[in-house]
Design a protein around this ligand. Structure first.
Ligand code: ADP
Ligand code: MG
Length: 577
């Protein structure tokens, strides 16, 4: 509760004024039938034009105007409060997701995060809006109408002793059956969002594999699940209205029969006007019960959503720099040391993804890492900018444990081109300036040139102002890789990590990139993960990895001599025996 109050507090005034306005409306609703009764009775008695009746009518108009003001105010404040609440909550969830480490992100599916950010927040918003308008109104109306009804005719009010329990029992039965079904609906929305999200982001792959049919089937299944669960929930709710209408009308008939008798007895027990206002109170009482049930139903859905949102808000970022010892330290020395590093993605699995890895990379060195897929290359370099944290051992940069840098300083010092990298919608220049917002045009061109990107950028008619599509889909794979490298270079990082980042670049261009690294980035430590031996052959040091272990470290010549695996890779790639 305390958590949610944070989002209520800035709009507390709205949250208070809204229900207050609704009270005005309720009072009006309860008083009105009473005034009406007296007008009907004076019409019956033929005294409609007397001053007292005219006064009552004027009162009715006054009450109506007040009710209108209350109703409008209540709706306005409720809308204001709920929309603002939702907006703040949404931006907090978004902020939380931004702070997630890779481990956190692995835990939630993207589709489910999107549902939580949109649909679940909307559920809460709707609930708040409704609560503000009904929470006081429903019980207020019920109590007010009951008091009025009793004051008109205690005898007739006995009907409530039957009607209200019948209503409560049947409604609770419906709700109890309905609740679990609503939870299922929310899960199905999740499933649908995940499917759509995956398909739409990867629509090109889907098409190239001619998997549209399969994907359409998958969508149909997810959509069908949603339909089924929604219908099953609906089937229960369908009964709600008819059941209530039957109970309501049965009660009204009972009141008319018994009340009519009393009126006809004409002993002053009940007048026609009083009977008509009594009927209105009956509707009000049963209607407010209905409101309470709807409120319960909605709030149970919203509570499920609140729980899902809380999960995201409570998710502890696995990686934080709260305990960093040297927060002000920047990466000025590019020495990297892995000391007995072990790691696994699933903390309860047996197999280590990195198994007691130790390695020292000197400042300014160029290091190649080679090894079969799945051998742990990507995982190893992810430890340096703390995309993941080691389970055992430690990683030092410039002699300082990476956990002792602030995350900003650490990551500012490291340029990493991920294996599956992406560009964002916007111009090429905007994308490159992710590396350094304040880079001058000359600087940008210089680094793009190092990455061998300048030449092809200039062939575009808009040059650096060419608009990229989401994910950089309108440039070729090799061009995208070069833009990603240029973006990382523009950070002027002390440590540059390229994870298989030139796989789609032809060997001649790749050689030029390597040459630029060698000549222009002498002060930076460069780690290059590659599949082709040619990409790492001239490195100062080559690391061979296999099944989470380092099996060889040395220069090309040394490894050819001493490392069987390296020699096999070399021979398979060059065709030499
Ligand atoms: N995010 C992840 N969650 C779970 N397992 C992963 C994840 N990333 C990689 N792995 C597993 O860890 C092992 C090493 O992967 P990786 O470091 O990517 O290898 P490489 O880069 O050498 O191909 C593989 O078995 C892979 O399946
Ligand atoms: Mg990899």
């Amino acid at each position: 509760m305390k958590r949610w109050f944070k989002y209520i507090k800035p709009y507390l005034l709205f949250f208070i004024l809204g229900p207050l306005c609704m009270i005005i409306e309720v009072v009006g609703e309860v008083v009105m039938p009473r005034l009406m009764a007296s007008v009907i009775d004076s019409a019956n008695a033929g005294t409609l034009t007397q001053a007292s009746s005219l006064l009552t009518m004027a009162e009715m108009i006054g009450v109506a105007v007040l009710m209108m003001a209350g109703g409008i105010g209540g709706a306005w404040f409720a809308a204001k409060a709920s929309v603002n609440f939702a907006a703040d909550l949404r931006s907090d969830i978004y902020g939380r997701i931004q702070a997630f480490s890779f481990t956190n992100i692995d835990k939630f599916s993207t589709g489910s995060l999107v549902t939580r950010l949109t649909n679940d927040v909307t559920q809460m918003q709707t609930m708040i809006n409704m609560m503000m308008r009904m929470l006081l109104r429903a019980p207020g109306m019920m109590i007010g109408a009951l008091i009025m009804a009793f004051s008109i005719s205690p005898r007739l009010s006995i009907v409530f002793c039957v009607a209200v329990p019948v209503m409560i029992v049947s409604v609770s039965f419906i709700i109890k059956t309905g609740f679990p079904r609503f939870a299922k609906v929310q899960e199905a929305v999740d499933g649908l969002n995940s499917t759509v999200q995956e398909n739409v982001t990867n629509v090109r792959v889907v098409k190239s594999f001619v998997r549209e049919d399969y994907e359409t089937k998958k969508f149909r299944t997810a959509s069908g699940n949603l339909k089924k669960s929604a219908i099953s929930a609906m089937n229960v709710m369908i009964f709600m209205e008819p059941v209530m209408t039957v109970i309501m009308n049965a009660t009204l008939i009972a009141v008319i029969i018994f009340g009519g008798r009393i009126v006809l007895a004409n002993d002053g027990g009940l007048t026609v006007g009083e009977l008509s206002s009594f009927l209105t109170y009956v509707s009000q009482i049963l209607f407010s019960l209905m409101m309470v049930t709807f409120m319960l139903m909605f709030s149970s859905r919203a509570l499920a959503s609140a729980r899902r949102i809380a999960e995201v808000l409570d998710e502890k970022s696995e990686i934080s720099d709260a305990e960093a010892q040297e927060k002000d330290k920047k990466v000025t020395d590019g020495t990297i040391e892995f000391k007995h590093v072990s790691f696994r993605y699933f903390k309860n699995s047996e197999d280590l993804v990195l198994d007691d890895v130790s390695l020292t990379i000197p400042d300014g060195a160029t290091v190649g890492i080679i090894g079969s897929t799945g051998s742990g290359k990507t995982t190893l370099v992810s430890m340096v900018p703390r995309l993941y944290d080691v389970d055992a051992g430690e990683v030092l940069v410039g002699g300082v444990n990476v956990k002792d840098y602030s995350l900003v300083n650490l990551r500012d010092g490291i340029g990493m081109v991920l294996q599956m990298n992406t560009l964002f919608s916007g111009t090429i220049a905007e994308n490159l300036r992710w590396g350094d917002e304040n880079a001058s045009d000359e600087e940008m061109v210089k680094y793009a040139d190092f990455a061998q990107a300048d030449k092809f950028i200039k062939t575009f008619s808009d040059g650096y102002n060419t608009e990229l599509e989401q994910g950089g889909k309108n440039v070729s794979g090799g061009q995208k890789q070069r833009l990603c490298i240029a973006r990382a270079l523009l950070k002027k990082p002390k440590i540059l990590i390229l994870d298989d980042s030139t796989s789609a670049v032809d060997t001649a261009t790749e050689a030029m990139i390597r040459k630029a690294f060698r000549e222009e980035l002498q002060g930076s430590t460069k780690i290059i993960i590659a599949q082709r031996i040619g990409s790492v052959m001239d490195a100062d040091m080559i690391v061979v990895m296999n099944e989470g272990k380092i099996t060889g470290v040395g220069t090309h010549a040394e490894l050819l001599e001493s490392n069987l695996e390296y020699r096999e890779i070399y021979e398979s790639q060059t065709g030499k025996e």
